[in-house]
Each structure stands twice: as C-alpha cells, then as structure tokens.
Design a protein. Structure first.
Length: 317
C-alpha cells in the first residue's frame, strides 16, 4: 500500500478505524470521512497527529469534493446494528443508496478503484446453508431489518452497474458477524451485549430459545481479508467470515465462563425476521485470497472482554 492515497467512508467506525490503522502501517495515506453518527473520534484520535492521516467530518450521503488524487475509495459508512434499524432507518437507506452513489462518483472522478463493504444481511433469513456468494437471499423488503438489507443489496447493484458502465475497478465483500475492540457498548449486537451485561452483573438477554446459530470473526481477520482482496482483480462479491458455527446460547455460556460472571440468562421474544442460521461459505475467499480466519473465538473474546472491562474500569480475573 506504500504511497497510495485511500479514502475510507465510515473510517471512524469499528471496522473502518481498524482498516485505517492497517493501511497506514503499510505506508498508505488515509483520508477518513465520517459524520460520527455511530463512529467515534476516540477510534481515530491516535491517528490525528500522523502526517499520513486526514479526517473530514461529513455525511457521505451528501456531495463531497476531495482535492487529493486517490487510488482507492473504500465505502464502509453505514449504521449496522439492529438497534440502528429503527432509530436510523432513513439515514441507513440514504447511505446505502445516495452515499454509495456519491462514493462511486468520487472514484469515477479520481479514476480510483472502489471497495464496497456489503454484508451477510443481503442473504436475509437464508434458506440455503451455509451461504455461498451465488445465493440470492431471502429478504423481507418491508420488515424492520429491510432498511439495512435492501440498502446493501442496492449498494451492490449500483457498484456493479458502475463497473459495467464506467469500467470502474471494484471489489465487494459480504461481511459476516465481526467483533472486537472499538465496538459500541450500546451496539445491540450479541457479542458486546453479552460481554457488557456479564461485566455489569446484569442478566444476559437471549432472544427466543438461543438456538439460532451464528459464526463470529475477529476484526483483525476481517481486515486481513480486505487487504488481500485489494491486491486481487476480482469484481464479484466475496464472503468474509468465520465458518465455525455455534448457537447464541453457547456464546452466552462462553462469555459467562470467561468473565466469571454470576449473571443469569433472561429470555426475550425473538425479533421479527431475525435469521435462524448464519454461516459463510468461504470457499471463494480461500481459493482466491488464500484467506481464512486465524483468531479462535476464545482468543478474540478474551481481547474483547479486556477492552470493555477497561472502558468500564473493571478488572477481569
């Protein structure tokens, strides 16, 4: 990445900030664009004095002029947590449509490559398991999760249209459940929910019977896959996730054991359209990128527990 200039929308967010760290460490100049609705300056404050870093506070759903020449535009901007789907429904739809359009426009103007962060949510509540990139999904377009699912499906569609119509060099990843430091404590996603509830001695909230399955990848594994894909000329979607699958209840048990918490498990009704199973088929990533996750769930959870304990100023034995 040496000497390349890379713009990251959503770069003050959980994943975007880790990506910025890695790209700068490899010699790139990084420009982060973020409106800080769900991102945080705390995620990038350690970069503010770095001469290879620039921050622009801006909503990419509105037009933006970039003065610098760019090698890459990487579109990672979007609220992505279940709690955001109701509170930020319209902004999510806008950043997936208008934001993607604006980011692609910058890439076209600068003759830069374009990288779209899509999501496993494009598969909806899947009828095929595990989910390969060739699966078109089972999405409820008018359900509460539809604002995120459909915004990302549109983002993929317009990205491929710009590739075909304007010959823009594009990459598309579908990110499966990812966790690690810099997640929001109020994220609403199951890993940080369980960890924070356990550390505070609160009941762990399990929806349904906890039998729905998930597979979780640590954030550094995801970033490794992203960087590898940047070096490969491939324009179709690529799943990046951990194929190791287990139930939400099993995750709760892991967190309770790791935190030595005396919290109980409280059961709540299953949210509408909540996927029953979610697991990536990563054959394409393995063959194309020689990539697969390296961080075991226990190791990743330990790092994440330590991060949230420090935020809460607690000591985990």
């Amino acid at each position: 990445m040496s000497s390349k200039t890379i713009l990251i929308t959503g770069g003050a967010g959980f994943i975007g900030s880790h990506l910025a760290d890695t790209l700068i460490s490899e010699g790139a100049r990084v420009i982060v664009v973020d409106n800080l609705v769900t991102g945080s300056m705390k995620n990038i404050e350690h970069l503010l004095d770095n001469p290879n870093f620039k921050f622009i506070e801006h909503n990419i759903s509105e037009k933006l002029h970039i003065e610098e020449d760019l090698d890459w535009v990487m579109h990672f901007a979007s609220p992505a947590s279940p709690i955001d789907f109701q509170k930020l429904a319209i902004p999510i739809l806008k950043v997936g449509s208008l934001g993607t359009h604006n980011a692609l426009g910058i890439a076209k103007e600068k003759k830069a490559s374009f990288f779209l962060a899509s999501t496993s949510e494009v598969y909806g509540d899947p009828l095929v398991h595990p989910q390969p990139e060739t699966y078109w999904g089972n999405v409820n377009p008018i359900g509460p999760r539809g604002v995120y699912d459909e915004s990302k499906r549109f983002a993929e569609s317009i990205t491929m249209a710009y590739h075909r119509e304007h010959d823009i060099d594009v990459r598309i990843i579908r990110i499966f459940n990812t966790y690690g430091p810099r997640m929001r404590a109020d994220d609403g996603r199951v890993v940080c929910n369980f960890i924070n509830q356990a550390l505070k001695g609160q009941d762990l909230t399990v929806y349904g019977e906890g039998k729905q399955s998930r597979s979780f990848q640590y954030v550094t594994d995801l970033v490794d896959g992203i960087v590898k894909l940047m070096d490969v000329k491939y324009h179709l979607p690529v799943n990046l996730g951990n194929p190791y699958e287990f139930t939400v209840y099993e995750l709760a048990e892991k967190v309770l054991a790791m935190t030595k918490s005396k919290s109980n498990i409280a059961y709540e009704p299953l949210p509408e359209d909540d996927p029953k199973r979610r697991r990536p088929d990563i054959t394409r990533a393995v063959e194309l990128l020689n990539w697969e996750p390296k961080i075991a769930v226990e190791e990743g959870l330990e790092k994440t527990v330590k991060y949230f304990a420090e935020k809460l100023e607690l000591e985990v034995v």
